[in-house]
Design a protein around this ligand. Structure first.
Ligand code: AMP
Ligand code: MG
Length: 403
């Protein structure tokens, strides 16, 4: 009995948990998920300072026609201690430098003329102008990054601003990738009759990297028990194992047998989806093991549906399934009821709405159709026909065309 698409995905997500957090250099954390709340250890900025290169003044002194006497200079990195802006006075100051006592505004250089040691103001000055006030960005103790946040450059800047060199993030999963099949040859090697290059390792490794995981390539296992057992056993040492091919009903499809011998506890084999029906999922001591079909299109689509959310959850992401978008199908699609069908489509923005059309021959052997696609339309299992002009749910896998 095959499982429904939704049940399969739920089962996977219920089986995986985030990996333990570790301290990772800020240079390597982009895209990773922080495991702890980060609170401000001090007010930011810690002292009032200038937002411009200019002069620290008392706004009340700055009436039109007034000249000020410049005494004192505070460069960036300098100190304002002992410096005081006296009535009728001004202190030259650079951006970021601490504001001296007595001042309540900064006049930018470009709004002044300096003549014979006197400062003539050309613009209006209001209290608070161009001054950054202690704590105006963040106050001490405030939550600045909540646990579960995926780190972007802005969060990384905030961490560095508070002196962090590393961040406590969920570890990157090491993902073992194993290709199986007697017909496979590594790219770059000599190829003979009936042989094809192992391309799946490369697309799966790329997909793993894109999500922030670390691919560990195990190479090719042959369609025999010994070869499969050795490689799969090695793969079970990593955080997650993905095998491709050898899970259909062919004479040499031994992957499921070998997984069983190695005591991988099977959760499902076969899902009511097209393509990708023979997909299997199991657990070895809590480690997820995915057996994806060998056909490149099927392996990539099943990766997207099943492995992607599992990996994201292991990496601590809160949102592991992207919301679907609605698009208006531009042609009629017929399908057999019973299985969810993933249709490779091209999605474009047409005014306010999204429109989708097939990106080509939907045969699973046609890789080109996936290259042309920027979306995967998800046709419900019970659907028999999607008529042109009807709406369909689409997973976006690349940017939408703007036409
Ligand atoms: P199988 O599931 O073993 O019957 O494989 C299904 C199809 O996928 C066959 O046409 C295989 O040759 C092809 N295939 C299997 N593994 C790979 C791979 N690593 N790279 C490219 N094609 C593959
Ligand atoms: Mg095979």
């Amino acid at each position: 009995m095959a499982l429904s698409f939704e049940a399969a995905r739920t089962m996977i997500l219920e089986s995986v948990i985030p990996l333990p957090p570790e301290a990772v250099s800020l240079l390597d954390v982009v895209g990773m998920v922080i495991a702890e709340d980060i609170r401000a250890a001090w007010d930011m900025p810690l002292w009032n300072n200038s937002a411009m290169d200019g002069f620290a003044v008392r706004a009340e002194d700055c009436v039109a026609g007034q000249t000020l006497t410049v005494d004192g200079y505070i460069p960036a990195g300098g100190s304002a201690s002992g410096i005081n802006v006296k009535p009728g006075g001004a202190v030259k100051i650079m951006t970021g430098a601490p504001a001296p006592a007595g001042c309540d505004a900064i006049v930018p250089i470009e709004e002044t003329v300096e003549k014979n040691g006197k400062l003539i103001l050309t613009g209006q000055v209001r209290p608070g102008d161009h001054l950054r006030i202690r704590g105006e960005d963040v106050s001490k103790g405030e939550l600045v990054i909540a646990a579960g946040t995926a780190l972007r450059p802005a969060e990384i800047n905030m961490l560095a601003s508070f002196g962090y060199r590393t961040a406590p993030v969920f570890r990157r999963p090491k993902v073992a990738i194993l290709s199986t099949g007697d017909e496979l040859v590594e790219p770059g090697e000599d190829i003979g009759t009936g042989q094809i290059f192992n391309s799946n390792d490369y697309s799966i490794a790329a997909a793993v990297k894109q999500l922030g995981g670390e691919p560990v390539l195990l190479g090719i296992a042959r369609d025999d028990r010994q070869s499969l057992t050795e490689k799969i056993a090695a793969g079970l040492e990593e955080d997650l194992l993905i095998t491709t091919a050898g899970v259909s009903m062919g004479d040499h499809d031994l992957v499921c047998d070998v997984l069983e011998v190695l005591q991988v506890e099977r959760r499902f084999w076969k899902v009511d989806i097209k393509p990708g029906r023979p997909t299997a999922f199991g657990l070895k001591n809590g480690k997820p093991v995915f057996s994806l079909p060998g056909n490149p299109v099927s392996s990539m689509i099943t990766f997207e549906q099943f492995v992607r959310p599992a990996l994201l959850k292991m990496m601590g992401h809160q949102r592991v399934i992207e919301p679907l978008v609605r698009a208006v199908m531009q042609e009629t699609i017929k399908k057999k009821p019973g299985r969810v069908q993933f249709l490779r489509v091209r999605v474009a923005k047409d005014g306010q709405r999204l429109v989708a059309s097939s990106s080509g021959d939907q045969n699973t052997g046609i890789l080109r159709t996936l290259l042309r696609a920027n979306g995967i339309a998800v046709l419900p299992a019970d659907l028999e026909q999607l008529r042109s002009g009807e709406e369909v749910d689409v997973q976006l896998i690349a940017a939408v065309d703007i036409v």
